[in-house]
Design a binder for this molecule. Sequence first.
Ligand SMILES: [Fe+2]
Length: 237
Amino acid sequence: MREKRVLAKKKSFYKSIRPKDLFKKILIHGGFSRFRRFYLKIFYDLFPAKALLLTLKLKHPDSYKHCKAVSCLSADIYREYISKYGGKIKVKDIKTAALFHDIGKLFISEKILRKKHLSESEWKEIREHPEEGVELTEDIFGPKIIKSIAMHQEEADGSGYPRGLGDDDLNLAAKIISVADDFSAMTEKRGYNIVKTPSEALQEIIKSGDRYSERVVEALKTIFKKRYIIFGQKNIP
Ligand SMILES: [Fe+2]
């Protein structure tokens, strides 16, 4: 909490500084040892994207695993999507945007991420992570990836955050990451979630109707059916 308060106080200052300096502030206030701060700073100078991921892995191991899972599932959904509807984005770009989609959670303490019931101010912190992810990565990635990170919590029916954008405003990568993110979150053991089976998670997504892109959900259903054949499971939606 203290960590977030310090970061929040300096928020207006951060807006005017470079992602590299923002990263240094995260290291200072993020509970890292002096040795790790030293090592991560040098690593950032050489490989900034890899250093951000390593910092996430050290600070929030569950979020790191989640980002990897969302990256793999997003790529699978997109490949399926292309085979049905076509697509101009590179698979590599979707994978990268999905891998870094929650990097803004470096600003949030592990305690809040694991909490079952969040206060209004804690929800506010969580809801800021897409924009904070953009602030951290804008020097590293191109506009397509940055836009997808910014939009990954938006929903096709306008119920998402931070801007409440609708289906027409969202890019395809963000729509895919949104579905992969929610599917993964529902099936992973998280602080504030009851774990669902993949079949239950898929049913939940199908039931959500306009919240997700219909085509993206169709692609997810097809993947599920293919894996169903491989694993011989029953009762798929
Ligand atoms: Fe997120």
